[in-house]
Unconditional design. Structure first.
Length: 188
């Protein structure tokens, strides 16, 4: 009995979602194809009927994760009625909740250090997705791309450092300082 129309695309999307979640939490190099496939509820034998290699999956997972993050942040911004939308996004992005929910959080702090050692294809996709994220933040804050780059860099760096320390008080302090500086950057 043949699979219904669209089955292969649904399976592929499940694999990409599983990879994005795994990469957000564990990085690229510590995640195996069997781990990703198991996360998608599949056996690893079917991987190569969907992807040429892991690098192709990394590239698609980056695209998916950034789109997912932009949609989430846009939804958060759209719910704000009184304060500047960018401040609401900064508050969420640099919150303990976002820090602690790595599996659904922004992929930029999770993968930035690994991407420089990835293939040209992955680096090209990551660059394009980073540019999309900078444009989104810049538009939301109503600032130019240079300031938007600085703002996103502040947010990503603050989150990455807050996730990396063991001391919860220090982590919270890094998030708080990042919020303060990010909001001040928008106002200047």
């Amino acid at each position: 009995m043949p699979y219904p129309k669209g089955h292969k695309l649904k399976v592929r999307n499940k694999i990409v979602e599983s990879a994005a979640q795994a990469f957000r939490t564990n990085g690229i190099h510590d995640v195996s194809v069997p781990f990703i496939m198991k996360g998608a509820g599949l056996t690893h034998g079917g991987f190569y009927s969907h992807f040429e290699n892991k690098e192709q999956l990394v590239a698609e997972a980056c695209q998916y994760a950034i789109s997912d993050t932009i949609a989430l942040l846009q939804n958060i911004a759209d719910q704000e009625l009184h304060n500047p939308k960018i401040n609401t996004v900064i508050d969420y992005y640099l919150s303990p909740y976002h820090r602690d929910k790595t599996e659904m959080g922004c992929i930029l702090p999770a993968l930035s250090s690994e991407i420089s050692r990835s293939s040209e294809e992955v680096r090209q996709v990551f660059t394009f997705e980073l540019e999309r994220m900078i444009a989104f933040i810049s538009n939301l804050a109503e600032i130019d791309l240079t300031k938007g780059s600085a703002l996103l860099s502040t947010m990503v760096g603050s989150l990455a450092l807050a996730r990396s320390v063991q001391d919860l008080e220090m982590s919270d302090s890094l998030l708080s300082a990042g919020k303060q500086y990010a909001k001040a950057l928008v106002m200047t």
